[in-house]
Design a protein around this ligand. Structure first.
Ligand code: SF4
Ligand code: SF4
Length: 277
């Protein structure tokens, strides 16, 4: 009998939500367990089988010196390494510390800051090791996770959309909140995958699936400013779960700079935002 491929799930700085997406595959969980050997998954199984592993799913971002070393060992152990979720692919919400003094945060949050050992930044796994595939979302979509595992088993590349959340709105017949209500929505620049949940409830998309392929942040943010949004509000919109994704980071930095200029007495209105790529 041929041995089943070995699957391992690793956690770094994160909330565990993406790992839970695997356990949330209720109807399909037994099929998954029948197709792969779940060799290492601390959240689900006490038994730990040694590597090497055929497929490694990595959740979470790198925020400590120890983790920056551990990810290299994991890369050596895994034939096919996939990052799951916004933390692992872009640094996550914890990457907001990349714009601040981490010691200030630590002093405000912890009663005994001297026990905390952390890097000044939160970075995606791909900043540290080569990654074979990145699954987006905060948390990831379980159907996309199933597609990923099925694609791996048949030796194919996973098919996940690179188009915008707007396409899902159109498919769902959701009335556009940007057009109908004048709400600044990141749907036009955000990768699809969630089913466009937020606009369906009459609110903006805040980009938890990260930038779509070739987003045009300059165009959309300039448009929202002409519609009355402030650069400050757009900085907050672009700096959330995927703030450290390069396209969102560049846009939010440009907006922050425009916001600073605008706040100077006698300063000109916010200039158009330069796109660096
Ligand atoms: S509501 Fe947002 S995501 Fe939906 S079509 Fe409008 S801009 Fe696009
Ligand atoms: S924020 Fe955007 S990508 Fe995230 S669930 Fe809402 S609509 Fe989907």
């Amino acid at each position: 009998m041929t041995a089943k491929p070995k699957l391992a799930v690793f956690k770094f700085a994160s909330c565990d939500g993406c790992q839970l997406s695997l356990l949330s595959c209720e109807d399909e969980l037994l099929t998954i367990a029948g197709a792969v050997e779940i060799a290492y998954f601390l959240e689900a199984r006490t038994q730990q089988l040694e590597g090497p592993y055929d497929i490694g799913l990595v959740e979470g971002s790198i925020t400590t010196a120890e983790d920056a070393e551990r990810i290299h060992e994991i890369r050596r152990q895994c034939k096919f390494l996939v990052t799951i979720g916004a933390c692992a692919t872009a640094g996550g919400i914890q990457a907001l510390k990349n714009w601040a003094n981490v010691d200030d945060f630590i002093a405000q949050v912890y009663a005994r800051p001297e026990y905390i050992s952390t890097l000044a930044t939160s970075t995606p796994i791909s900043d540290h090791v080569a990654v074979d595939f990145e699954l987006r979302g905060c948390p990831i979509n379980k159907q996309q996770l199933l597609e990923l595992i099925a694609a791996f088993l048949r030796g194919a590349r996973p098919r996940t959309p690179s188009y915008a959340v707007c396409v899902e709105c159109k498919r769902n017949l959701t009335v556009c909140v940007a057009v109908a209500q004048g709400i600044a929505c990141l749907g036009p620049v955000t990768q699809a995958g969630c089913g466009a949940i937020c606009p369906a409830f009459h609110r903006d998309c805040f980009g938890c699936y990260g930038p779509k392929e070739q987003p045009n942040l300059v165009s959309i943010t300039t448009h929202y400013i002409t519609q009355g949004s402030t650069p400050e509000s757009l900085v907050r919109l672009t700096r959330s779960f995927n703030s450290n994704a390069p396209d969102f980071r560049e846009a939010s930095d440009a907006l922050a700079a425009a916001s600073d200029d605008h706040s100077q007495p006698g300063a000109a209105p916010c200039p158009p935002i330069e796109h660096s790529s």
